[in-house]
Design a protein around this ligand. Structure first.
Ligand code: 5GP
Length: 186
């Protein structure tokens, strides 16, 4: 049997650039597997079922929670998000490393459910920059932006609970730090 793969959790506040970093990582290292989450949020324009998320109803999500089908889950800005357990466990067993890009509450649960995971927190250079990034994305209403920013402030305070913190000031520098953590730290 092959050596089990690693579970790598990437968290950090909304707008910090987790998604961009993960996309670049996957492009450079196609052997990494990104877990596709389940969510009750509505798809944004251009989002594809099974590629960005599995979009489900609240009832279906609840059933998945009850059946213990999620490795972790959390409510975020009025919607539920969770990591389907089976595909992650299968990849790890096969010796493949798996990336989770999730928010803080879920990342905390992983410490309990998967203690060997490498947990990385991406920190913004400052909160003003974070707000600009969320606004530039132009995907959220004023109310959603306010909720995301409030949550972001609270999340940043939790950064030191994690194995590693990486400041995303310069994208290339952050990526190099992330690669070093994933491919050399054990
Ligand atoms: P968005 O609505 O912008 O796609 O995602 C909102 C937040 O939910 C982001 O911080 C994202 O990392 C997080 N998220 C996405 N999938 C999951 C998941 O499966 N579990 C948890 N806990 N958070 C998730």
């Amino acid at each position: 049997m092959s050596k089990p793969g690693r579970l790598i959790v990437i968290t950090g506040p909304s707008g910090v650039g987790k998604g961009t970093l993960v996309r670049l990582l996957l492009k450079r290292h196609p052997q990494l597997y990104l877990s596709i989450s389940t969510t009750t949020r509505q798809p944004r324009p251009g989002e594809v079922e099974g590629q960005h998320y599995y979009f489900v109803s609240r009832d279906t999500f609840q059933e998945m929670v009850t059946a213990n089908e999620l490795l972790e889950w959390a409510e975020y800005a009025g919607n539920y998000y969770g990591t389907p357990r089976k595909p992650v466990e299968q990849q790890i067993k096969r010796g493949e490393s798996v990336l989770l890009e999730i928010e803080l509450e879920g990342a905390r649960q992983i410490q309990q459910t998967f203690p060997t995971a490498l947990r990385i927190f991406i920190v913004p250079p400052n909160v003003a920059e974070l707000e600009q990034r969320i606004r530039r994305r132009g995907q959220d209403s004023e109310e959603a932006i306010a909720r995301r920013l409030e949550r972001a402030q609270a999340e940043i305070e939790a950064a030191d609970e994690f194995d590693l913190q990486i400041v995303n000031d310069n994208l290339e520098d952050a990526l190099v730090s992330l690669e070093a953590a994933i491919f050399t730290q054990h």
